[in-house]
Design a binder for this molecule. Structure first.
Ligand code: NDP
Length: 289
């Protein structure tokens, strides 16, 4: 069965839209999300554009702050302070990557955790890990929602996560092992130093691929009936396509889908869920603050 992220994300957006309409009808201010974009990176522009459009769709206020790529770190920090102090703003994101002369960690730490709807601040990451109220990073949050809404069994299952990035692999490995719906799995976290990865994936009930290597996971690396979550998004050159590239996931979908019990496609799986969960976090920010 295909775990349809496009359909599920649309359902979540509709739910948010209804909540926002009801807020507005009671005379309340709608949630307000801002996005900071430094420079003109093509992929970043696409991502931020689609986040802003989604905000408009659900009835949020949104602000796009575009800054020159040669902005100094101090000036960027000044903007961040302004956003932290803006009472009409519930949450904001700083689109990564930032230009090389800016220390991403310093910027991340300057974001008020109460407005950190990306959930990248250590305060939120720590709270998430301790199972306290927190903004969960949008991609892992989206994966958990997909598993939950499709009633995919996770309790007592062996889950192998491939990739240990701070925004996907690491947090999803924590969430899958926690108590609660779509949790209670026994988790193995694999990375580039993992030996005999195939021995692990072949015994896994659930495999979450987040490494960014197109079509890495083949059918002979999984067992019959495994649940496959593909986070990977890589642009692969394709001259037959008008854009000159196509998007590939980390899973060899054609062959793996024949053996899997549940699988996310790329595109249309985890990707659209990420934006929906950013909206969800912004709504939570409006409710919590
Ligand atoms: P990173 O590029 O930060 O990290 C990749 C991880 O994969 C690392 O932990 C690395 O190990 C591990 N790895 C690399 N090679 C191997 C290997 N041969 N075997 C096992 N592990 C390996 O990953 P991100 O999480 O940022 O991104 C992963 C993919 O997900 C990318 O394609 C990205 O575009 C996509 N993505 C998609 C999102 C969505 O909304 N759907 C959101 C975010 C990312 P080590 O730590 O040892 O280097």
């Amino acid at each position: 069965m295909v775990l349809d992220g496009k359909k599920t994300s649309n359902e979540i957006k509709e739910e948010i839209k209804i909540t926002v309409a009801s807020m507005k009808s009671r005379g309340q201010r709608p949630p307000h999300l801002a996005a900071v974009l430094v420079g003109n990176d093509g992929a970043s522009l696409t991502y931020v554009g689609s986040k802003v459009r989604s905000c408009e769709y659900v009835g949020f206020d949104s602000t796009l702050i575009r800054l020159e790529s040669n902005i100094t770190e101090d000036d960027l920090l000044q903007h961040i302070r302004g956003l932290n102090e803006d009472d009409n703003l519930d949450g904001y994101i700083v689109q990564l990557p930032l230009p090389k002369h800016i220390n991403e960690e310093k910027i991340l730490l300057a974001i008020d955790p109460k407005k950190d709807v990306d959930g990248f601040h250590p305060a939120n990451f720590g709270r998430m890990t301790l199972e306290l109220k927190a903004f969960i990073p949008a991609t892992p949050f989206g994966i958990m929602q997909l598993l939950e809404r499709y009633n995919v069994p996770t309790k007592g299952k062996h889950c192998v996560v491939v990739g240990r990035s701070h925004i996907v692999g690491r947090p999803i490995s924590i969430l899958m092992s926690q108590k609660g719906i779509s949790g209670n799995a026994t988790v193995t976290l694999a990375h580039s130093h993992t030996k005999n990865l195939e021995d692990l994936t072949r015994t896994a009930d659930i495999i979450i691929m987040a490494l960014g290597m197109p079509e890495f996971l083949k059918a002979n690396m999984i067992k019959e009936g495994a649940v496959i979550i593909d986070v990977g998004i890589t642009r692969v050159q394709d001259n037959n396509n008008a854009k000159g590239y196509i998007i590939k996931g980390d899973v060899s979908y054609e062959e793996v889908s024949k053996k899997a019990s549940f699988i996310t496609p790329v595109p249309g799986g985890v990707g659209p869920m990420t934006i929906a969960m950013l909206l969800k976090n912004t709504l939570l920010a409006r409710e919590w603050n």
